[in-house]
Design a protein around this ligand. Structure first.
Ligand SMILES: *[C@@H]1O[C@H](CO)[C@@H](O)[C@H](O)[C@H]1NC(C)=O
Ligand SMILES: *[C@@H]1O[C@H](CO)[C@@H](O)[C@H](O)[C@H]1NC(C)=O
Ligand SMILES: *[C@@H]1O[C@H](CO)[C@@H](O)[C@H](O)[C@H]1NC(C)=O
Ligand SMILES: *[C@@H]1O[C@H](CO)[C@@H](O)[C@H](O)[C@H]1NC(C)=O
Ligand SMILES: *[C@@H]1O[C@H](CO)[C@@H](O)[C@H](O)[C@H]1NC(C)=O
Ligand SMILES: *[C@@H]1O[C@H](CO)[C@@H](O)[C@H](O)[C@H]1NC(C)=O
Length: 218
């Protein structure tokens, strides 16, 4: 065992170094492509995304785009995307999966519709904050959200979400805020054992559990 460990660890360091280098070399190109694909996929009737001009590529040029926050101002790598209240219409922009270092996504108060991607944790593995509130999203809250292990804020209020809330969300160790008011959710709410999770379940069709109506035994 000890021997294989000794052989293995230099190998994995090399792999790790390769990952870092390849990220520096190619990572930022995918972030540019990511934003361009997002812009192309959304309707923007009020031209909020006019500043998203991809013609003059320089180091960090996307960092001055409205709603875009970068890890470093001189590096085209998106940290947070904040596109709240821009009357954007369309589906959840799945192209966001190419913003490979994204941690914060705020699409609140727009007119986005369709489902929340069932593979959201694969698209955005490092997500710490997700705000999709006040849109027209429908369908279920994807089970995959329980695989966003770094997430601390989930706001899904004021949409058309239905079905049950995945119980597995209670496994999210860092979760601090989980609000889903004004939807059509039913069934038992997750049993958050972390006492510090702030929740809002108001105005749903039939949620039950602690501090709500009693869940029927089954
Ligand atoms: C990322 O970009 C590639 C093309 O470079 C595309 O094939 C792929 O579908 C994109 N991924 C996502 C999640 O959009
Ligand atoms: C877009 O959303 C705003 C509020 O977020 C709402 O007042 C408006 O009716 C919506 N427009 C459409 C076309 O759905
Ligand atoms: C969550 O991650 C685990 C381990 O990678 C995987 O087996 C599982 O399918 C994922 N669940 C969902 C719903 O994506
Ligand atoms: C939920 O609906 C109520 C009543 O329509 C409204 O007053 C409230 O602002 C809504 N909450 C959110 C977060 O949009
Ligand atoms: C919970 O959500 C409802 C509806 O969106 C809102 O009216 C209320 O103020 C919220 N409660 C708290 C404690 O934030
Ligand atoms: C919630 O979790 C706690 C601690 O694990 C447990 O004692 C309790 O029975 C659970 N409640 C429900 C309704 O599952």
């Amino acid at each position: 065992m000890v021997k294989s460990r000794q052989i293995f660890s230099p190998l994995s360091s090399v792999t790790f170094l390769f990952l870092i280098i390849s990220d520096i070399t190619y990572g930022t190109d995918t972030d540019i492509f990511c934003l361009k694909s997002i812009k192309d996929s959304l309707k923007d009737p009020q031209n909020y995304l006019q500043s998203w001009n991809f013609n003059h590529k320089t180091e960090g040029f996307i960092c001055s785009f409205i709603g875009v926050e970068c890890w470093h101002p001189d590096e085209n790598r998106v940290l947070n995307l904040k596109l709240s209240q821009m009357t954007l219409t369309g589906l959840f922009p799945r192209a966001i999966g190419n913003c490979t270092s994204l941690t914060g996504l705020d699409l609140s108060a727009n007119n986005l519709s369709g489902i929340i991607p069932e593979n959201i944790a694969t698209l955005l593995p490092f997500l710490t904050s997700l705000d999709l509130s006040s849109n027209d999203f429908s369908g279920v809250i994807p089970l995959s959200l329980a695989n966003c292990t770094y997430i601390n804020t989930i706001k899904l209020d004021q949409n058309q979400l239905s079905g049950q809330i995945p119980q597995q969300l209670s496994l999210l160790q860092r979760l601090k805020t989980f609000t889903v008011s004004n939807n059509s959710l039913v069934g038992p709410v997750p049993n958050f054992t972390n006492a510090h999770v702030l929740v809002n379940y108001s105005n749903n069709k039939g949620l039950c559990g602690p501090s709500l109506k009693h869940c029927p035994n089954n």
